[in-house]
Design a protein around this ligand. Sequence first.
Ligand SMILES: Nc1ncnc2c1ncn2[C@@H]1O[C@H](COP(=O)(O)OP(=O)(O)OP(=O)(O)O)[C@@H](O)[C@H]1O
Ligand SMILES: Cc1ncc(COP(=O)(O)O)c(N)n1
Length: 474
Amino acid sequence: MNILSIAGSDPSGGAGIQADLKAIAANGGYGMCVITALTAQNTHGVSGVQAISGDFVLTQLEAVSTDIRIDAIKIGMLANAEVIRAVTSWLETVDAPVVLDPVMVATSGDRLLDDESALDSLLDRATVITPNLLELASLLREPVAPSWDEALRQAQRLAAKHDTLVLAKGGHLAGADCPDALVSAGGVQLELHGARHATRNTHGTGCTLSSTLATRFAATGDWIAALEQSKSYLSKAIAAADQLQVGSGHGPVNHFIDFFGTADPMGDWWQKIQPIREEIDQLDFITRLSEGTLDREDFHYYIAQDALYLLRYAKVLSLASSMAPDLGAQRFWSRGANGILDGELQLHGSYLDEFADTPSAITLNYTNHLAASQESYGELIAAILPCYWLYQDIGKRLAAANHAEHPYRQWLETYASEEFDSATEQAIEMVRQAFEQADPQLRARMEAAFIRSAEHERSFFAQAHENRVDFSTA
Ligand SMILES: Nc1ncnc2c1ncn2[C@@H]1O[C@H](COP(=O)(O)OP(=O)(O)OP(=O)(O)O)[C@@H](O)[C@H]1O
Ligand SMILES: Cc1ncc(COP(=O)(O)O)c(N)n1
């Protein structure tokens, strides 16, 4: 099945034609793309748009359609009225089904279409229009639907107005449900409810859904089956989005999870601690640290406990070095221990008059857990890993909130450095290698040690603020 995407380029690879080509391929289609606009964007937003001229869009369309059979078309970002006119006139020469995603504004809030009324002429030619709630209201020139029921009525009005099907999407609703519905002028044809996944990585979900729908329709000839398959595919791709770790804003979905998902045990572990990561992100300590409103006293309490923790952590890294199976691993863990003693602890010292000498129960629980994991090298480095990985992950978001006057500027910088990034990647790789060589019993113990450490990290962060919560399980 040959599927043509007519859309804008997203150089960060999560939305636009890049998302479309991935989704088309993952759903068994052969993807082609005619580019309507170049955008400069990443997971935080769009910093520039350069539309392609209407003439050149037409030249691309003709190059493809004079040679290749097109089984379905997906249309995304169109940028301006000139591009819309070019696409509309070309569509008169082909009769493939058209899924039109009326892209107006990116998730980040940036505009991707300069004249929304210019879309009107194209809507009649669409077979299915896939607006989100804001786009649905805008196409009807009505206020945004306050409820899902009202959105369904709006979708029915839009379907009647243009004699098309409308896929109403509930991704922007609040609540645990993420409903979508295929609606015709006669009413709802299919309503699907799906769990809302707790992730910020939803960049490109609309692009992915519309190109998957076009691909699945080309394969089945049935919009109902195509939507069921598309929703199920997208839901899996969103559920596994956090495994990718692309950028520090709204990252992309995991288009190829069905192909490679289970091949990466580290990705699975990361996915398993997703609820813990979510809780860490929401801790008062982290949000206040990020905003710079955290009390000095709380920060000092944290730093003092962290210094005690790091002294023991450095010993555990040295132990891992002594147990390492090869020279590369031996050096890596030993460099880590030295880095703490010569680097991180100096930073801690700069915040404190003197190091505390009494570890809290939470600090002790964590370091005891590390010490108890030393029965085997694999288990030990699995227990060591969350301290790298979680700090790298949180560090990226904290760094995005950093600025010259931030009271904790230097601390926020430490965990967002390229050096720390690279050390974390290497630590993950060491654990992956040990996992690959481990027998099933050791693999299970490694995973348990990793998850337990992640729980201790959560308690550790929580302890410094007045809402001190002890999640410790040791
Ligand atoms: N957190 C989530 N969990 C599960 N499904 C989601 C989530 N967020 C969005 N979706 C699904 O993604 C699809 C796109 O929905 P949405 O309403 O966000 O459209 P959109 O705004 O066009 O997408 P985009 O955010 O890419 O612009 C829908 O099928 C929606 O149900
Ligand atoms: C080129 C292009 N096309 C479409 C979108 C919308 O996708 P999202 O709303 O998920 O950012 C985008 N950001 N960039």
